[in-house]
Design a protein around this ligand. Structure first.
Ligand SMILES: C[S@@+](CC[C@H](N)C(=O)[O-])C[C@H]1O[C@@H](n2cnc3c(N)ncnc32)[C@H](O)[C@@H]1O
Length: 214
């Protein structure tokens, strides 16, 4: 039986495969495997994020982070779209990181996309996060994860999240705004809400969230 997709070391047997991923700039081939999120096709929520997020190429000069990169479809799209930028692709799942590395290499993006475990992330400000976040880790772990990352975003930065409506997108939007990260619903498609989250005025880097309610 399979693991959760957010296992750090999946025990599921390997079922390596290539899938075609349709991005706004064209179709690419990516390798996926058992034990990672949505290995058989681009997740529909991820597709909503990729097709709907704004142009991030002009964000302030700092890495943009794909939080929970999986095999790498979101960061692949961004790195192909913004050829001058640096990205971090972060995941707890070692198999996902390995696949993401392989995919970035195959796409010629390995010099601009650093694939990292959360422990390897440098203490450095960032321009924003993009994420189809791991809702299934539970509300409190999800809030901690978002606080951790959003507090690193510098002034002028912005972040994009996709969350399914039935998995609490609206309450998450409210919670983010209450914490001081104004979040707006940009679109709602196929049950997925696309959220844009602004950095705190003056940048939120290093500052704790306003409220400790989790
Ligand atoms: C919903 S999946 C999205 C995967 C990929 N971005 C996609 O759209 O196909 C969420 C990902 O978050 C990862 N994850 C879970 N907890 C995490 C954490 N604390 N830090 C970073 N990634 C985490 C999971 O392993 C999983 O790959």
């Amino acid at each position: 039986m399979g693991d959760h997709y957010f296992e750090s070391d999946p025990r599921s047997s390997s079922e390596s495969r290539s899938i075609n991923v349709s991005l706004p700039g064209g179709e690419i081939e990516m390798v996926t495997d058992g034990g990672v999120f949505s290995p058989k096709r681009l997740d529909p929520g991820t597709k909503v994020l990729i097709e709907g997020m704004g142009d991030l190429c002009g964000l302030p000069d700092a890495p943009i982070v794909d939080v929970g990169c999986g095999y790498g479809p979101i960061v692949a799209h961004l790195a192909l779209t913004c050829p001058e930028r640096q990205f971090w692709a972060v995941d707890v799942n070692s198999r996902a990181r390995e696949l993401c590395r392989t995919n970035m290499q195959a796409l010629g993006l390995a010099d601009r996309v650093q694939v990292l475990s959360p422990e390897e992330v440098p203490a450095h400000p960032i321009a924003g996060i993009v994420s189809n976040p791991p809702i299934r880790v539970g509300k409190s772990a999800l809030h901690e994860l978002l606080e951790l990352w959003l507090s690193k975003v510098i002034s002028g930065g912005e972040s994009w999240l996709v969350v399914q409506k039935h998995l609490g997108a609206d309450s998450l939007t409210k919670w983010l705004t209450e914490q001081g990260w104004p979040a707006e619903k940009v679109s709602s498609k196929k049950g997925s809400r696309l959220l844009r989250v602004c950095a705190l005025p003056g940048g939120s880097q290093g500052q704790p969230a306003k409220s400790s309610s989790r």
